[in-house]
Write a new protein. Structure first.
Length: 289
């Protein structure tokens, strides 16, 4: 049975119908296709470290922010002339499993795209799962800061914006804090975000809402209401209220993380099987929107 908390997503239906809904895809979506999470990258860099004395996985337990460790590893691998091995770990992490891409990721995403019909796709992922599935023509991928231009948002063909870079330009992508801050210092990217946040309604999928630069923009600018699907163990009730009040994001709890695909698929199938037949009361924004 559909989790009743997912009914909060009904507020998204008016914006789906008018094609003002945008999907924001995080790393959790790519993991469906077999891409690896941050902790896998950290573990592998540790196990393959050029200094054998630093190959102790137990040392990672006290590191709370893994990107810092990964950045330190880059410098250490580079110092040991092992950059190729570092790059190999990163590429292994962001390359999909072909079977999972075809049997799990692709049909799940296809259903979401067919039902929600997003205006465009935003993602912090640098992998190519979305494009390899054939959802976006290669000509409609944007991943350089200068390509984040609001004039592209009205393209009738579905586009993907890789705001942290793309696999084709791996070392220009956001893998470390240094490149992260450099990218967000680009005024063009900030203007791009500000426009989207105030003109569209975003549905965050597989994204943990920990991107502090994006949250800063959400907090400092007038924004539409947005929605995020998160497992019940990712947020508590205090945080849910905080995200609504500070960032205008309604967090939709769907239960255990393993139930994500089932619950979203069920909600889409129940509410969006034929958007043209959505009842009148469901296509009106709620007064608090």
């Amino acid at each position: 049975m559909l989790n009743k908390k997912l009914n909060v997503l009904d507020g998204l239906i008016p914006y789906i119908k008018t094609r003002e809904c945008v999907l924001f895809i995080g790393a959790g979506m790519s993991q469906i296709a077999g891409c690896k999470p941050w902790h896998w990258i950290a573990d592998q860099l540790c196990l393959r470290h050029p200094d054998p004395s630093l190959r102790n996985l137990s040392d990672l337990k006290n590191i709370t922010y893994l990107p810092n460790y990964i950045e330190a590893c880059f410098l250490q691998y580079k110092s040991a002339n092992k950059e190729n091995e570092y790059e190999g770990v990163i590429r292994e992490a962001i390359y999909e499993n072909g079977q999972l891409l075809e049997t799990a990721y692709k049909p799940f995403m296809q259903n979401i795209i067919d039902k929600i019909k997003p205006k465009f796709i935003l993602t912090t992922n640098i992998d190519g799962c979305f494009e390899k599935s054939g959802f976006v023509n290669l000509a409609n991928i944007s991943y350089k800061s200068q390509d984040m231009n609001i004039t592209k948002l009205n393209n009738p063909k579905l586009q993907s914006f890789h705001i942290h870079g793309y696999i084709d330009t791996l070392f220009e992508s956001v893998l470390m804090d240094k490149t992260y801050y450099q990218r967000y210092q680009d005024g063009n990217l900030s203007l791009f975000f500000e426009h989207i946040l105030s003109h569209y309604t975003i549905l965050f999928l597989g994204y943990g809402l920990k991107e502090h630069k994006l949250l800063e923009i959400l907090k400092s600018r007038k924004s539409n209401k947005h929605y995020a699907l998160l497992s019940t163990d990712e947020f508590n009730s205090t945080e849910i209220k905080m995200y609504l009040e500070l960032f205008n994001i309604s967090i939709v709890e769907y239960g255990d993380v393993n139930m994500f695909q089932q619950f979203l698929t069920e909600w889409c199938n129940i509410n969006l099987t034929n958007p043209a037949e959505i009842k009148e009361e469901k296509i009106r924004p709620s007064p608090e929107h």
